[in-house]
Design a protein around this ligand. Structure first.
Ligand code: ZN
Length: 490
């Protein structure tokens, strides 16, 4: 139901209904309004995100009318953004069922849908460098059953619904600029039936019951990539563990499984101070674990509340705990410091894998976990597979394609990304390496950063020009020689 026909970029519909044709430049500085790009130009996901504006805040309301995990949800979102060009129109990403109405700066705006693009034409062009608000109301979205082709998204489980948005699924739930380059703060308001729990990222700021409904409001004050949103609504319970290393910790689990799951999640209380000792202060307001009885086949670092499915919880602690340390490490690497584009995902997965193996080692479980006694032996084994993986998946910072999720989240990004860090540590020494790690998460906290940013920062902090060295390791089609281990072979 489009409320207004799309208006041409140089046409303004005045309040009196008189059509004013503004053929020339519309701004004092002479810039002609043009459409914002349909994508941010991500090499792997070209239509993800949109051009022409920068979101500052999402105020998102989601209503779950029934106690039914498969139900369609209804939402409203108010997005505060700054135009980065004169805009005649702009896109949001949205793949849900329906859109009710759109306003821009409080006035009805025309919209159309084309694939996953929601194309919005305001009545008046939006000036560059100015704030504007866009409100999409009455949108609808239905959760999916995860399967091998579509292992993520707005997901239904036996106990309720959750979100696994990475890398391109969040906009199936709500209209957004769905790319980690455009981080924003969030207010998330959940309305659900009494007896169910609604939880989201960050801090709960209010919770009130009215009639047979509960309205819970969460606030994430640290900039967050859309892919990292979590909204879990269902028959879950929240368990507050107190603080670890100064960080308040809360877990969210299906009520019927709480007695089994909660004790197994407790190692996070050790992991938080351990990782703070390595890389510095935890970047957000709180942390915790969300366990679902789904079949995701992975865990996911949703900001401040990492997602695991129960399959991890049937594995021994020597597996679960290092994997949990991996998701915790993502809160710094991937969440606080988000990738500039998806080809930079080695920054997320390489660092998370690095701390995963390190945690297994320092807690005396590397042999059980990775089959080796030392980290050198683990990395030697990864090194041996370097060329084979580069040929199959592409260089570490340049995955070849994104036809399926595992093309991007491939072993040469995870183990291969950690191997790049091992090579860097060999090259600069353990002391300088730790300085690089700490400076990376300090300098780019709350921002998005590229592989080029990493190379420049590593060079500056180490005091040596690492451009050629890291470019070979990150973009080479062949595995470079390993410093300190001239005998290692691929
Ligand atoms: Zn990961």
């Amino acid at each position: 139901p489009t409320r207004l026909v799309a208006l041409g970029s140089a046409t303004v519909l005045s309040l009196t209904g008189v059509v004013v044709i503004t053929a020339g430049p519309a701004s004092a500085s002479g810039h002609r309004p043009t459409p914002g790009a349909a994508g941010l130009g991500d090499r792997l996901y070209p239509l993800l995100g949109n051009g022409g504006y920068d979101v500052q805040n999402y105020d998102l309301s989601l209503t779950y009318p029934q106690k039914d995990p498969g139900q369609q949800v209804i939402g409203d979102v108010t997005i505060t953004a700054v135009a980065t060009q004169w805009l005649s129109r702009f896109d949001l990403d949205f793949g849900g069922d329906a859109v009710g109405a759109v306003t821009v700066n409080g006035k009805a705006a025309a919209f159309t849908r084309s694939g996953d693009e929601l194309i919005i034409t305001p009545q008046r062009a939006l000036p560059a460098d100015r704030k504007f608000t866009v409100r999409v109301s009455g949108f609808k979205a239905t959760p999916i059953e995860p399967n091998a082709d579509s292992p993520a998204g707005f997901v239904k489980t036996p106990d309720g619904t959750i979100v696994a948005g990475q890398p391109d699924e969040t906009h199936n739930l709500y209209p957004s600029n769905d790319h980690p380059r455009d981080k924003a703060t969030y207010t998330i308001r959940i309305t659900n039936p009494v007896g169910w729990t609604g939880t989201a990222n960050g801090i709960q700021v209010s919770r009130r019951q009215s009639g047979d409904k509960v309205v819970s409001v969460y606030r994430e004050t640290h900039p967050m990539a859309s892919e990292l949103i979590q909204v879990a609504v269902g028959d879950f319970i929240t368990y507050n563990r107190g603080r670890a290393g100064g960080v308040p910790v809360r877990d969210v689990v299906p009520r019927r499984l709480a007695d089994d799951l909660l004790p197994k999640a407790a190692d996070e209380m050790n992991e938080i101070p351990w990782l703070q000792g390595k890389v510095g202060k935890y970047p957000f307001e709180n942390y915790g674990t969300l366990v679902i009885d789904g079949n995701l086949g992975f865990a996911l670092e949703t900001q401040t509340l990492s997602l695991f499915d129960t399959s991890w919880y049937s594995l021994p602690a020597y597996v679960l705990d290092p994997v949990a340390a991996h998701e915790l490490a993502h809160q710094w690497f991937g969440d606080s410091v988000a990738p500039w584009e998806w080809s930079d995902v080695w920054q997320n997965e390489g660092h998370a894998t690095w701390y995963e193996y390190l945690y297994a080692y320092e807690t005396g479980r590397l042999k059980d976990y990775a089959g080796e006694d030392t980290l050198d032996e683990v990395y030697k084994g990864i090194y041996a597979r370097g060329d084979e993986r580069r040929a199959r998946f592409g260089p570490t910072a340049q995955p070849l394609k994104a036809d399926v999720i595992w093309d991007v989240f491939n072993p040469n990004v995870y183990d291969g990304g950690a191997l790049v860090l091992y090579a860097l540590q060999q090259k600069v020494g353990a002391v300088k390496f730790q300085q690089i790690e700490r400076e990376w998460v300090r300098r780019y906290a709350g921002k998005s950063a590229s592989t080029g940013d990493f190379i420049r920062l590593a060079s500056r902090v180490s005091g040596q020009n690492l451009t050629a060295f890291l470019t070979d390791w990150l973009y080479g089609t062949k595995t470079p020689p390993m410093p300190g281990h001239p005998d290692w072979t691929v």
